[in-house]
Write a protein that binds this ligand. Sequence first.
Ligand code: HEC
Ligand code: HEC
Ligand code: HEC
Ligand code: HEC
Ligand code: HEC
Length: 215
Amino acid sequence: MAQVFPKWTNKIPLAIVVGTPIVAIVVILLVWYYFSPKYTDVSYRPIQPVEYSHKVHAGDLKTDCRYCHSAVEISPVANVPPTQTCMNCHKLITPNTEKMQPVLESFISGKPIEWVRVHNLPDYVYFDHSAHLRVGVGCASCHGNIASMEVVRQAKPLSMGWCLDCHRDPDMYLRPHSEITKMTWKPPHDQLEFAEKAKRELNIAPPVDCSGCHR
Ligand code: HEC
Ligand code: HEC
Ligand code: HEC
Ligand code: HEC
Ligand code: HEC
């Protein structure tokens, strides 16, 4: 009888038996990776060169966020403070403890402390802090209650869907300017009235078209 299938096809059943589990394992690993907190970045919390605590400084001591992140209302990027800002207090407070050593070294040498970035959008996304703060979106809406964190961790996904959820309907996230750094602010009962008024007076129009965030 003439051969219908060429000889190499004899190997196909073997390839399926060996190949299928490998494909399955790869699929499982990919799903595991992309759905893990590492990929969505929620809870990402790198180890920092100094045991600096927002809970102590912004929580217990109630230092306003803008004392250190002074550019947040005037520029797209929120700055991390220079060592000089720390030394305004620490020349007098705990100047010689072990935890302060790297801060002192930085102050004396003039070499900035190498803080590790926590939040990081891809380069193809445009984001501007000052635009959000101008219209009364508070830090906590995007960063969670930082003043309760010993170590800063990413509280929100910072994904495109997350940005758009608020841009399509920001009403519950607009607050009076005086409240933007308050960590425990909650929308009051007349929030929707306030939001209507704010949107009119401040010309609030969050972009939902692609070029708004991908410039
Ligand atoms: C005394 C100075 C100081 C104050 C006050 C302060 N911060 Fe910070 N902040 C820092 C320093 C230093 C870092 C970098 C180290 C770190 O991530 O913990 C930082 C990091 C951050 C980050 C992470 C930045 C990144 O890498 O993505 C956020 C978000 C932040 N601060 C928000 C706030 C908010 C909100 C407040 C007010 C509730 C606040 N900070 C008050 C000093 C301060
Ligand atoms: C408004 C004043 C103030 C500023 C500004 C400030 N600190 Fe502090 N810091 C304090 C106080 C008060 C304590 C608590 C000291 C204690 O527990 O006895 C403290 C505690 C600390 C500690 C723990 C010290 C220890 O030995 O327990 C570290 C580390 C520290 N701060 C780092 C920093 C860094 C880094 C910055 C700048 C990003 C900074 N601080 C800015 C007031 C300040
Ligand atoms: C509308 C959401 C939103 C609000 C409101 C907001 N942030 Fe951010 N913040 C972000 C995003 C997104 C990033 C990452 C930006 C990037 O990677 O380019 C970020 C990054 C940061 C950083 C790291 C430096 C930088 O700019 O990339 C600091 C510090 C910070 N925020 C502090 C603050 C403080 C303090 C406030 C309130 C005064 C605040 N943020 C309000 C979304 C927000
Ligand atoms: C909690 C609500 C909220 C979240 C979350 C949010 N935004 Fe916005 N965003 C606003 C509002 C409100 C405005 C309108 C500002 C105005 O009209 O001046 C705005 C405006 C903007 C603008 C226009 C700024 C300008 O200069 O015209 C950009 C760009 C933007 N957002 C990017 C982002 C990106 C990227 C993210 C996610 C990483 C994000 N936003 C998350 C509320 C939010
Ligand atoms: C409100 C801001 C905003 C708008 C408007 C927006 N994007 Fe995005 N986009 C983002 C952010 C933030 C990311 C990064 C997501 C991440 O890192 O997880 C992103 C990521 C992407 C990516 C990379 C793939 C991915 O999903 O991670 C593509 C492609 C994209 N956007 C296309 C678009 C298109 C097309 C539009 C218009 C229909 C659009 N975006 C509108 C904020 C926005």
